[in-house]
Design a binder for this molecule. Structure first.
Ligand SMILES: Cc1cc2nc3c(=O)[nH]c(=O)nc-3n(C[C@H](O)[C@H](O)[C@H](O)COP(=O)(O)OP(=O)(O)OC[C@H]3O[C@@H](n4cnc5c(N)ncnc54)[C@H](O)[C@@H]3O)c2cc1C
Length: 369
């Protein structure tokens, strides 16, 4: 039987591993960190994923995740509107969800190697040589599920790395009286901040900000006081919430540049193939959906039902059909956020033309699968 290596244990890698293991395919997943760990992520998962997660037996009902049905949008100067969400979503921390998935994956027979960073992947004409932690491995198929940016992208010489990306992501867990059924998106100059509940009555507060704003104010607390607090909703939250981390999780160089689902015969999934702007709240759903395509095509190749060429072409075509338009729409909608006039325009659009606002939201979301 052909063997599979997966680089990266976020949602796309973990769920691809689970499905391949369930098909009886030998699969090894390498994750450079150790579970459980926090990630910079808004932790709102679109309900389009629920049927699929249930079909795999991994909808995390044991955590009683809050079900989120409405969106509150506020502008830089504090104008607000609340909209129902057609599909909605649920809230769960990646700390809990990823570790829960790892248990299921190991039980299904996959090997998960934690604290193991893949540094090189080379296609030798027949299969792959993989380097991780100074050791060499072989595999017939490699799935790149290594997220937004990784050393592996450098060794594969991926073109998106040539453009610097100006965004920084910051995330906290807090205790705050955020309504259980609501996700709020609060704008501030040069960025936006999401807040919604996860498990155990905690809330996730996560924002994306332009690098120049961080540079100007030197430190995160100063930036928050000088910029985020100008939105009265954010000032209220930052003043009254209990912050549960000693310090925030922070990531730099978040890129929404076009990438693509194939690189040097490696099949890319999730953010490694293309990252949607976080305000859409759909990156995890896309990563989960990509894992389904990957498991179907890689599974067929491993059972000798299709050739490598067919596997690559079919995966690339299906990936483009499902995600290319959504990624483009996310980039366009992002322009409506992070400035006073544009965020007021977005709030007014939602207030006075809800069908248009709902149309825009639908462009960045998929159908239940
Ligand atoms: C500020 C912000 C807020 C967001 N909010 C939301 C939201 O509310 N809802 C939503 O749906 N999406 C949101 N997203 C997007 C979402 O987090 C991602 O789309 C999703 O996590 C992608 O999953 P993934 O499996 O592709 O990658 P990741 O979850 O990033 O996982 C990649 C994994 O690969 C590992 N790795 C990297 N390189 C290597 C290597 N060389 N060897 C071994 N392991 C490696 C990493 O350690 C990591 O664990 C947000 C993103 C940001 C930046």
């Amino acid at each position: 039987m052909a063997t599979v290596v997966i680089v990266g244990g976020g949602l796309s890698g973990l769920l691809a591993a689970l499905q391949l293991a369930k098909q009886g395919i030998p699969v090894t997943l390498f994750e450079r960190k150790q579970y459980p760990f926090h990630r910079v992520c808004g932790e709102y998962i679109s309900n389009e994923t629920v049927p699929f997660l249930r079909s795999l037996g991994v909808y995390p009902s044991v955590f009683q995740p809050p079900v989120i049905r409405e969106l509150q949008l506020t502008s830089v100067n504090g104008r607000a509107v609340t909209l129902p969400l057609d599909l909605g979503g649920f809230g769960i921390s990646r700390f809990s969800f990823d570790a829960f998935l790892v248990q299921h994956i190991r039980a299904a027979g996959a090997t998960v190697k934690e604290q193991s960073e893949v540094t090189q992947v080379t296609f030798n004409g027949q299969g792959f040589d993989v380097m991780a932690e100074g050791q060499s491995w072989t595999a017939d198929v490699v799935i790149g599920a290594h997220g937004k940016r990784s050393r592996l992208d450098t060794t594969l010489n991926r073109p998106f790395l040539r453009k610097r990306s100006p965004y920084v992501g910051v995330k906290y867990h807090i205790r705050y009286d955020q309504p259980r059924n609501r996700i709020s998106l609060h704008n501030f100059e040069n960025g936006y901040c999401g807040i919604s509940q996860v498990e155990d009555g905690k809330s996730n507060l996560c924002y994306l900000v332009h690098r120049d704003a961080v540079k100007k104010h030197h430190h995160i607390p100063e930036l928050e006081k000088a910029v985020l607090h100008r939105n009265p909703y954010l000032k209220e939250i930052f003043t009254n919430a209990e912050f549960l981390f000693d310090r925030p999780e922070v990531i730099n160089e978040i890129s929404f540049a076009t990438k693509g689902p194939l690189e040097g015969h490696v099949l890319m999934g999730g953010d490694a193939a293309g990252m949607i702007t976080p305000l859409c709240g759909n990156g995890m759903a896309m990563a989960i959906h990509a894992s389904k395509l990957l498991a179907e095509e890689v599974g067929a190749f491993c059972r000798n039902e299709i050739t490598r060429d067919q596997m690559e072409q079919r995966y690339a075509t299906r990936w483009n059909n499902l995600f290319a338009k959504r990624l483009w729409a996310g980039r366009q909608i992002q322009k409506l956020f992070g400035s006073e006039w544009a965020s007021n325009l977005a709030v007014n659009l939602a207030r006075f033309a809800p069908p248009i606002a709902n149309f825009l939201i639908r462009q960045t979301h998929g159908q239940p699968f």
